[in-house]
Design a protein around this ligand. Structure first.
Ligand SMILES: [Zn+2]
Length: 293
């Protein structure tokens, strides 16, 4: 198996022209310790994804979602951007990347310094009330859930020491959910669930970005769901070349000018080094970060 160096040349050749729109998926965040979610629901791959209809219509399923999500939030809140996110930000600051569309709900592109990121499926760190549309922070909700469920995290951790968010029925039955403080309405993470539409204006602005692009660069998405795949289809239809970097096959491979199977945490920094220079030189002189002990 060849190294990253063997595949970087053709990718760099295409990205060097600028006007790149990035479409990123779960594969970009796995190296940040975020499990490879199949979709925006926050449910891990082996669980069937929560749909909007089930969430609002089934109180028990909703309780199970919040119990599992309450534990899973610890992983998300702790997660930090990885070298792949930082490399995308460097390419954006060098004006090679003109836009970023992400299917991820973890906020890590922005945390890495990217700007104007279109978060297609929303953000897990925000909560919306389905009654009054009040938007609150997940951090506040987490505090309320902790008060309502003392000891829950410790008990779950004792049963699942590896942090796996699997709960049996008895644990779920003991979990207490909370409602909107303003109106008592049902709370929902502000992410797009399966069975729910991405807001039309958000989709249209993504289509416009893709149509103006010189290149669509897909990073770490299997393009399983149409929510992301439609942008690859649109690019192909408009003659915008598509480059896909993903470990494993994708449902967009047939449309790709170039298809690369490589770890993003290694390929993207090498790409940024090649195109915008080695970051270690300026970073050493700015002193923005404390020196490692
Ligand atoms: Zn409300």
């Amino acid at each position: 198996m060849g190294g990253v160096e063997d595949v970087i040349e053709p990718v760099a050749g295409l990205v060097a022209g600028g006007g790149v729109v990035v479409l990123s998926g779960a594969g970009l965040s796995t190296e940040s310790g975020i499990p490879d979610y199949r979709g925006p629901s926050g449910a891990a791959r082996r669980h069937s994804p929560m749909t909007y209809q089930t969430f609002v219509g089934d109180a028990l399923a909703r309780r199970r979602y919040w119990a599992r999500s309450y534990l899973g939030w610890r992983l998300i809140a702790r997660a930090a951007p990885n070298d792949g996110h930082r490399a995308v930000a460097r390419l954006q600051h060098a004006d090679l990347v003109s836009g970023i569309i992400t299917q991820n709900v973890d906020g890590l592109h922005t945390a890495a310094g990217s700007r104007d990121v279109v978060e297609l499926h929303g953000r897990l760190d925000e909560v919306i009330c389905l009654g009054c549309a009040d938007r609150t922070s997940r951090r506040d909700l987490d505090r309320r859930l902790r008060l309502a469920n003392p000891g829950f995290v410790a008990r779950a951790a004792a049963i699942n020491p590896d942090g796996d968010v699997d709960l049996d029925d008895a644990e779920v039955a003991g979990f207490r959910t909370v409602d909107c403080v303003s109106c008592g309405g049902m709370l929902k993470p502000d992410v797009v669930f399966f069975g729910e539409m991405v807001p039309a204006a958000r989709v249209q602005s993504c289509f416009a970005m893709v149509e103006r692009a010189r290149l669509l660069l897909v990073l770490g998405s299997s393009l399983t769901v149409m929510s992301g795949r439609r942008f690859v289809l649109r690019a192909a239809k408009r003659g915008v070349p598509v480059v896909i970097v993903n470990q494993g096959p994708t449902r967009g491979d047939g449309y790709a000018r170039l298809r690369v199977d490589a770890p993003l945490g290694r390929l993207l920094p090498a790409l940024a080094d090649r195109l915008v220079g080695d970051p270690s030189a300026p970073a050493a002189t700015t002193g923005a970060m404390p020196a490692p002990a």
